[in-house]
Design a protein around this ligand. Structure first.
Ligand code: MN
Length: 306
């Protein structure tokens, strides 16, 4: 290869990296737990098909509240549950009861409709709750649940971790995906690491421990770095104490999703229908074997009161 080609590649890469953007998430509570919601974020609803990223965990580790989320419905999405600490029990309207521990993945796909409940079995609980929007091709289909007890490990220079979905550096997860997707949990040692990315994917980096420099941006837990499609080598840098991050990516979804409460759809009408069916307890969502109290849906703001 001659010099000019190398130089042009380098310029192109820098130009893309200059478009990395940092976004601050917002904090909320969910089932008694402090949550940092980093996606959706201002002006951005999806990264690939990822449409919801919550970092769930006790901010005050001395007074952790138990995670208790009673039966509630979903449509049009897959939930990806990944624990950092503790244990949780998942139960759903397919009849599934599944204990999940750190290192394992729960993947529940709603399709036309499912209901589930989640309970921390072993506090303190700390984990990640991710949603993946289903594409038009599968979002009206059957619901399903997958527990993936073992996931592939990836070992890069100054970075190692687990591939949750998709593939990274040749390590391929068994978890099913409806669209090309990547999710990985990486622990960085101090210094600079280059993450090998797929050019056709857009990506995001969400630190869970420590501060990370992503291209030109520095992000801390509770923040998200958005990485545009086209980047094939993403430099990330951790300080002396190292860092832990989620790397998320995927082919741009190309469908505009509408999210409200626990529903991912394309318009208000679909959401209104799902809300009514949950309220009226039709068999669309089934019933969940759980001792926790069923969660009633709030009325969508566009639906007039009775
Ligand atoms: Mn849920």
């Amino acid at each position: 290869m001659s010099g000019p080609i190398q130089q042009r590649d380098a310029e192109c890469e820098d130009e893309l990296l200059e478009r990395v953007e940092a976004r601050e998430g917002r904090t909320t509570t969910l089932g008694g737990q402090a949550v940092a919601r980093v996606l959706p974020t201002k002006g951005r609803r999806t990264v690939g098909a990822w449409c919801f990223v919550d970092l769930v965990g006790p901010e005050d580790a001395e007074h952790p509240d138990p995670l208790e989320i009673g039966p509630h419905p979903h449509i049009g999405l897959s939930t990806v549950t990944w624990l950092l600490e503790g244990e949780a029990l998942h139960s759903d309207s397919l009849g599934t009861e599944q204990l999940i521990r750190p290192g394992q993945l729960n993947l529940m796909t709603a399709g036309h409709g499912i209901a589930h409940a989640e309970l921390a079995a072993e506090p303190p609980f700390r984990g990640v709750q991710l949603w993946v929007a289903q594409p038009e091709a599968t979002r009206h289909g059957a619901s399903r649940f997958e527990h993936v007890p073992e996931l592939p490990q990836v070992e890069l220079e100054r970075a190692r971790g687990t591939v949750l979905v998709g593939s990274l550096d040749g390590a391929v997860s068994d978890a099913s995906v409806d669209t090309p997707l990547l999710g990985a949990d990486l622990t960085l040692s101090a210094g600079r690491t280059v993450l090998p990315l797929r050019a056709g994917f857009e990506h995001a980096v969400a630190p869970v421990d420590g501060t990370v420099k992503v291209g030109p941006e520095v992000v801390a837990p509770g923040w998200l770095a958005l990485v545009p499609a086209g980047v094939e080598e993403l430099p990330v840098e951790a300080r002396e104490s190292g860092a832990r991050l989620l790397l998320l990516g995927g082919e741009p979804l190309g469908e505009r999703v509408q999210m409200w409460w626990n529903f991912v759809a394309r318009d208000r009408e679909e959401i209104t229908r799902a809300w009514r069916e949950w309220e009226q307890r039709t068999d669309r969502f089934g019933s969940v074997p759980s001792t926790l109290e069923r969660i009633e849906a709030p009325r969508p703001p566009w639906v007039p009161g009775d």
